[in-house]
Design a binder for this molecule. Structure first.
Ligand code: THG
Length: 264
């Protein structure tokens, strides 16, 4: 299970300010604390700043990699120019995820050469020219088109993470079931699955409880990766407990170890 730490996102006012003021120590603290808590990748989103996204993403990634060698970065932007710049200044090749493309053919064709040049993994949202899908089978149909369009001699389907797009249960209570059911369907195509957890609890109290319960359900369905806040202790402990319960942690060694170091 891969954890992508979501905290360096310009929709958070603290991050927006840190980018605007070029606050190196704040960005470094947010990156290092997520890695320490168990993040495998650091998501970087600079789309909502008042400045220039291309310059901002260049600055954030440069700051992180100046202090943390071989850090894995997830470039969270729909902007081709920002993705291109981020890939060009990023030093540890082969450790990057592009977040994200959709099923739209023009976007896939434009970004495929970048993915191949930089040996990047890529997240694709189950969205296309017609918009957002409602059911598990709608999501599966879009995933099939994405896999077909992304197919090439050099691109490995295992490097493709499909995101069935989480919606808040406060406004769309039946969507979680559709998303959970879409996971095994999508995985049958030979690709991986990923979810952004925190959307699910938008507008409700005790979001952490909903996020981690949703995560456990998704792990049972075969989820491969999650975009979430690893500083929320509940996230990492839910993964450890789910792995133990599903027989993915032989003799519960990891579970016991995590308990001993106070991680549960
Ligand atoms: N799929 C993909 N990429 C994504 C998302 C997705 N990127 C963006 C988003 N969704 C995931 N990232 C964030 C980052 C920050 C916040 C939410 C999602 C956030 N949270 C609130 C805060 O910090 O104030 C509240 C968090 C809480 O209370 O739990 O701002 O779905 N591919």
């Amino acid at each position: 299970m891969i954890i992508i730490g979501e905290r360096i996102n310009s929709t958070r006012p603290e991050i927006q300010a840190a980018i605007k003021n070029r606050n190196v120590s704040f960005i470094l603290k947010e990156a290092a604390s997520q890695l320490k808590a168990g993040a495998d990748y650091i998501d970087v989103n600079c789309a909502q700043t008042s400045g220039d996204e291309v310059q901002d993403i260049d600055w954030v990634i440069s700051v992180i990699q100046s202090e943390i060698k071989d850090v894995n970065i997830c470039i969270d932007s729909p902007n081709y120019l920002a993705i291109d710049r981020a890939l060009n200044i990023y030093k540890a090749k082969g450790r990057v995820i592009i977040n994200s493309i959709t099923g739209e053919e023009a976007r896939i064709k434009k970004i495929l050469p970048l993915i191949m040049n930089h040996k990047a993994k890529v997240i694709a949202l189950t969205m296309d020219e017609r918009g957002m899908p409602k059911t598990a089978s709608d999501r599966f149909e879009i995933a099939k088109v994405i896999v077909e369009r992304a197919k090439s001699d050099v691109f490995n389907p295992e490097d493709l993470y499909i995101d069935p797009l989480v919606r808040p249960i406060s406004t769309e209570p039946t969507q979680v079931k559709e998303i959970l059911n879409s996971i095994p369907l999508i995985k049958s195509l030979g690709v991986k699955t990923i979810l952004g957890l925190s959307n699910v609890s938008f507008g409700l109290p005790n979001r952490s409880l909903l996020n981690r319960t949703f995560l456990s359900m998704a792990i049972q369905m075969g989820l491969d990766a999650a975009i979430s806040d690893p500083l929320d202790k509940g996230i990492v402990s839910a993964i450890t407990a789910s792995n133990a319960l599903l027989g993915l942690d032989e003799y519960c060694v990891d579970y016991i170890k995590a308990f001993r170091v106070g991680k549960l």
